[in-house]
Design a protein around this ligand. Structure first.
Ligand code: HEM
Length: 515
C-alpha cells in the first residue's frame, strides 16, 4: 500500500507505478496514463477495473448505458461528487490536479470504481466540450437534485430551452437599473447588521454574512419579496449538504426511511429546511407589487398554454435554483474579495478611493455610478479567476467522442477544471499572485487567451446571471469597504477547499470596525 503524504510523494508514486506498469501496458501514451492513474488510485483504495483497461488497450469499446446511474436523492456514494472527494481531500488537491494536467497534456483519465472520469483543463478542451461538441454531452447533477429540483440548470435539450426562454428577459442588461435600488437596499441591511456587530465586537463568519446579503439581493430584486427566513440557518443547512463529507451520513439516514424521517443530524435536516423555503417566499406579500420581475415572468409562463411544462412546481423549482446558484456563488465571490482586500491593503485603499468619489454625495447608487467603480470591478473579476466559486463543470458523454487521443465513451464523465486553467502559467503571468490589473483595461482583457477564463462557464449553458453577479458583488464590495474596516481574525491564512463550490476551508472569521 502506497500512501502519498504530499504532492512530491504523489508524483513520485505515479512515476514509480508508471515504471512498474510499462511492461504490461500498451505502447500508446493514452493507455499508459490510464493505467498509471488507475494504479495510483487503486493504491489509495480505489478498485481498478482491469478488464476495462485491457479492452481499452485493445481498442475495444466497453459499452455503458446512459442513465445507468441510479437516481441519487440525498448524497449518494455513487455520485461523482462523493467519489471525487477522496482525491480532493488530499493536502493540496488543486496543485495535484494542475501537476497531473501538465504531465498528461490537460486530459487526465481516472477510473473511479464504475465511472471513467476525464479531468480536462485546457481552453481548447473547454471549447470542444461546451461549444463544438455540446450535443454529445449532458449536464451532470446526480446527488444535487434535491437542491435544484427539476430546474433548468439540471435539464437538457428542448425542455431546457422551453424553460429558460420565459426567464431570459429578467437577465437582460436593460433590467439592471431596476434592480440596483434593491441590491442597495440589501447592502443597507448588512450595513445595519455590521454596525451592531462592530459595537459588540462579535466575531462572525464572513461567508454567512455575504450569504445573507446575496439571498436578500435575489429575493428583493428578482422576486419582489423580503426574505422571510433566516438565511444564516438555511444556507448553513444547505452547505452541510453540498459538502460531500456529509453525504455518507445523509445516505445512511435515507435508507432507514422516507425523506421526512431521515434523522436529526444537521446535514440530514438540510433538505427539509430547503424544500420549505421557496413556497414560503412565493406566498409572502410582494414588497412593491412590481409587475416585471423574474417571478412575475415565471407566473405568466405558468399561464402560457404553449409551455404546458411550466407549471407552479416549475416556478418553485426555479426559485430553488436561484436561491442557491444565485446566492452561494455571489456570496463566495464577495467574501473572498473582502478577504483579499484585508491582506492587500493598497488595493483596499484603491477600492475605497473609488467608493468615496461615487458614494460621498449620499445619493442612492445608479448604473452610471456603478460603472465608475472600474477598479472595484477588476478586483471582483480577479477574485473570480483566483477563487472561481464553480471550480469545475461536469458533463456526462452521450456519444463517443475523442479528446487528446483518448476515447470518451457514452456514460463517461468529463470534469472541466476552470480552476486549473485560471492558475496555469501558460495563460497567466504570475498566476499565484492576486493582480486585479489583469482586468483593468480592455487591452489587458483582450490579451488573455480565449477560454482560459471561464468563471461563468461557456456556451449555451453558461451562467444566466454572470453580468448581474459582477454588478452585485462590485456594489457590495465598494459600499461595505466604504463603511467598514473588516478584520480577519483567523489564526492561519485562508485556504480554499474544493467542495461542490470552492469554499474557505475553515471559514472566514471576521470582526468589523466602523470607519
Ligand atoms: C459570481 C457568481 C456566479 C458564478 C461564479 C456562477 C457560475 C455559474 C456557472 C459556471 C454556470 C454554468 C454551470 C455549467 O455549465 O455546468 C452557471 C449557471 C447558472 N447560473 Fe450562475 N453563477 C453566478 C451567479 C449567478 C446568479 C447571480 C444567478 C441568478 C440570479 C445565476 C444563475 C444561474 C443559472 C440559472 C444557471 C443555469 C443556466 C442554464 O443551465 O441554462 N448564477 N453559473
Amino acid at each position: 500500500m502506497i500512501r502519498a503524504q504530499n504532492l512530491e510523494d504523489f508524483i513520485k508514486s505515479v512515476d514509480f507505478l508508471k515504471s512498474q506498469a510499462i511492461e504490461n501496458c500498451a505502447s500508446e501514451d493514452c493507455a499508459m496514463a490510464i493505467k498509471n492513474i488507475d494504479n495510483f488510485l487503486a493504491a489509495l483504495g480505489y478498485e481498478r477495473e482491469v478488464g476495462d483497461i485491457e479492452k481499452q488497450k485493445n481498442g475495444g469499446e466497453v459499452p455503458r448505458k446512459i442513465g445507468e446511474d441510479k437516481y441519487s436523492t440525498l448524497g449518494n456514494e455513487e455520485s461523482i461528487w462523493f467519489k471525487l472527494s477522496v482525491l480532493l481531500n488530499t493536502e493540496n488537491p488543486m496543485k495535484i490536479l494542475a501537476r497531473l494536467s501538465e504531465k498528461y497534456g490537460g486530459c487526465v483519465p481516472v477510473n473511479l470504481k464504475s465511472d471513467k472520469v476525464f479531468f480536462l483543463s485546457e481552453p481548447q478542451h473547454f471549447r470542444h466540450v461546451l461549444i463544438n461538441n455540446e450535443q454529445k454531452y449532458i449536464k451532470y447533477f446526480e446527488g444535487l437534485k434535491p437542491i435544484f429540483g427539476n430546474s433548468m440548470i439540471t435539464i437538457d435539450g428542448e425542455l431546457w430551452q422551453k424553460i429558460r426562454k420565459p426567464q431570459q428577459p429578467a437577465f437582460h442588461p436593460n433590467m439592471y437599473a431596476d434592480y440596483i435600488p434593491h441590491f442597495h437596499s440589501a447592502v443597507e441591511t448588512r450595513i445595519n447588521v455590521w454596525n451592531n456587530l462592530s459595537s459588540t465586537g462579535q466575531t462572525v463568519d464572513l461567508l454567512e454574512e455575504t450569504w445573507a446579503l446575496a439571498a436578500e439581493m435575489v429575493a428583493k430584486a428578482l422576486f419582489d419579496r423580503d426574505v422571510p427566513f433566516n438565511p444564516h440557518v438555511v444556507f448553513n443547512a444547505v452547505k452541510s449538504y453540498t459538502d460531500v463529507q456529509n453525504h455518507k451520513s445523509i445516505r445512511l439516514r435515507q435508507v432507514s426511511g422516507s425523506l421526512e424521517e431521515i434523522g436529526e443530524e444537521p446535514p440530514a435536516k438540510a433538505i427539509d429546511a430547503w424544500l420549505e423555503l421557496p413556497p414560503i417566499i412565493f406566498g409572502a406579500e410582494p414588497r412593491n407589487h412590481r409587475t416585471n420581475t423574474l417571478l412575475t415572468m415565471m407566473q405568466r409562463a405558468e399561464e402560457d398554454d404553449s409551455v404546458p411544462e411550466f407549471d407552479r412546481q416549475q416556478t418553485i423549482d426555479e426559485m430553488k435554483q436561484y436561491l442557491w446558484a444565485g446566492t452561494e456563488t455571489t456570496a463566495l465571490t464577495t467574501a473572498w474579495a473582502i478577504y483579499m482586500m484585508t491582506i492587500n491593503p493598497e488595493m483596499k485603499e484603491k477600492v475605497r478611493a473609488e467608493a468615496k468619489k461615487v458614494f460621498d454625495n449620499n445619493s442612492p447608487p445608479n448604473s452610471e455610478q456603478i460603472r465608475q467603480l472600474a477598479y472595484t470591478k477588476s478586483v471582483i473579476q480577479e477574485t473570480l479567476r483566483f477563487y472561481p466559486p464553480i471550480w469545475s463543470l461536469i458533463r456526462t458523454a452521450q456519444e463517443t467522442d475523442h479528446i487528446n487521443g483518448h476515447r470518451i465513451r457514452p456514460g463517461d464523465k468529463v470534469v472541466l477544471s476552470t480552476y486549473v486553467s485560471h492558475h496555469n502559467p501558460k495563460y497567466w503571468k504570475n498566476p499565484e499572485e492576486f493582480e486585479p490589473d489583469r482586468f483593468e483595461s480592455q487591452e489587458a482583457i483582450r490579451a488573455q487567451v480565449k477560454y482560459s477564463y471561464l468563471p461563468f462557464g461557456l456556451g449555451k449553458r453558461s451562467c444566466i446571471g454572470g453580468a448581474m453577479a459582477i454588478l452585485e458583488s462590485t456594489l457590495a464590495l465598494a459600499e461595505l469597504l466604504h463603511h467598514f474596516e473588516p478584520e480577519y481574525v483567523g489564526t492561519k491564512p485562508a485556504v480554499p477547499e474544493a467542495t461542490v463550490t470552492l469554499v474557505p476551508k475553515d471559514g472566514l472569521p471576521f470582526r468589523f470596525h466602523k470607519r
